[in-house]
Design a protein around this ligand. Structure first.
Ligand code: NAP
Ligand code: GDD
Length: 330
């Protein structure tokens, strides 16, 4: 029988890649979408799946809408990807972040418990929970130390997911994913901010790129690889939590170097440090240990950082050139 999945956050980066992945596996895919004043379907359009998913109106902060969405989609699997996911914004809107990114998780778990507690549930947890790292390479056993309202909200989401598994024997998994990027990454995140700027500088539309702490280090992978791990977690005999990462960490500075060199430029000629982009508390370094995922799920990152950043620069070059043609600037 055809399986069905409900994805919250389907209009985001991961939601779009996961929807495509599940459609290719033959799933019926439903996506929860909150009301927005303008269309948020551009990522589904980019992946050419806009007409293949069924959108259900609802909001992760509205329990009734979640119950309705589950009744309508009758899913075997629910993937909770909805969040206020930009760390910097979480200091400006900490209460909204707590309500969406934290309490949203228990709303969805309750909706499942009240309708069909046999549904397999995935929670999008994050390496940001490690924050001020307590171990050089972070694994499922590393203690957490959140450094932002976003990370604190995610920590609640993580533990309530574990708690529903232990309290109600529900099949709930928490994927502790390290940073993952793609050509459809939100423009506010540093990789995409850089690759978009590289394209605009190369094409003569911009001269400088203003960044904050370029000494921060992240373990960056490709979103297209990471959604497979989400699916694998829900196919196991018993539910569990997994770190998903590449096992390599790189500074923002070196990531810039890769991006600029790809089009024959030097980041030193264009990057300007602007304290406006510093954060009240920084996560200086993240480096994941994905051994458990490799052993138990057979999952491994396939795309190198160089391949990822070049893929993003190429996509931004292509997009900016098309926009210039439309505006007759080319
Ligand atoms: P994203 O692009 O920011 O997508 C977040 C999604 O959540 C969007 O579709 C957004 O819709 C939706 N959303 C926001 N508020 C909502 C609400 N009140 N009700 C329902 N939906 C709402 O994030 P992403 O990069 O795809 O990440 C997916 C999930 O993984 C997030 O939970 C994120 O925190 C987590 N995560 C991401 C990474 C990463 O590196 N990408 C790493 C670890 C964990 P609108 O755009 O319309 O607001
Ligand atoms: N966004 C941004 N903009 N970040 C900058 C900038 C800038 O101009 N300059 C330096 N950085 C640094 C940030 O201070 C941070 O240390 C690093 O670049 C990465 O920032 P983001 O790309 O915004 O990602 P993040 O690591 O804070 O959070 C992302 O990854 C988490 C997983 O670890 C998000 O996707 C979160 O939702 C996710 O949980």
């Amino acid at each position: 029988m055809t399986k069905a999945a409900l994805i919250t956050g389907i209009t985001g980066q991961d939601g779009a890649y996961l929807a495509k992945y599940l459609l290719e596996k033959g799933y019926r895919v439903y996506g929860l979408m909150p009301r927005r004043s303008s269309s948020m379907l551009w990522r589904l359009q980019y992946l050419n799946i806009e007409n293949d998913v069924e959108i259900i109106e609802g909001d992760i902060t509205d329990l009734a809408s979640l119950i309705r969405a589950i009744k309508k989609s009758n899913p075997n699997e629910v993937y909770n990807l909805a969040a206020q996911s930009f760390v910097a914004t979480s200091w400006e809107q900490p209460i909204l972040t707590a309500q969406v990114t934290g309490l949203g998780v228990v709303n969805l778990l309750e909706a499942i418990r009240l309708t069909d507690s046999s549904i397999h549930f995935y929670q999008a947890s994050t390496s940001e929970m490690f924050g001020l790292i307590q171990e050089a390479k972070q694994s499922e056993k590393t203690p957490f130390y959140p450094r932002s309202p976003y990370a604190a909200a995610k920590l609640y989401g993580h533990w309530i997911t574990v708690n529903y598994r232990e309290s109600f024997k529900m099949y709930t998994c928490s994927g502790i994913l390290f940073n993952h990027e793609s050509p459809i990454r939100g423009i506010e995140f540093v990789t995409r901010k850089v690759t978009d700027a590289v394209a605009r500088i190369k094409l003569g539309l911009q001269k400088e790129l203003r960044l904050g702490n370029i000494d921060a280090k992240r373990d960056w992978g490709f979103a297209g690889d990471y959604v497979e791990a989400m699916w694998l977690m829900l196919q196991q005999e018993t539910p569990d939590d997994y770190v998903i990462a590449t096992g390599r960490t790189t500074t923002v500075r070196d990531m810039c170097d890769i991006a600029f060199k790809h089009v024959g430029l030097f980041y030193e000629d264009h990057v300007v440090i602007d304290p406006k982009f510093y954060r009240p508390a920084e996560v200086d370094i993240l480096l994941g240990n994905p051994n458990k995922a490799k052993e138990k799920l057979g999952w491994e990152a396939k795309t190198s950082l160089e391949e990822l950043i070049c893929m993003m620069v190429d996509a931004d070059m292509d997009r900016v050139q098309k926009e210039m043609k439309v505006l007759n600037l080319g």
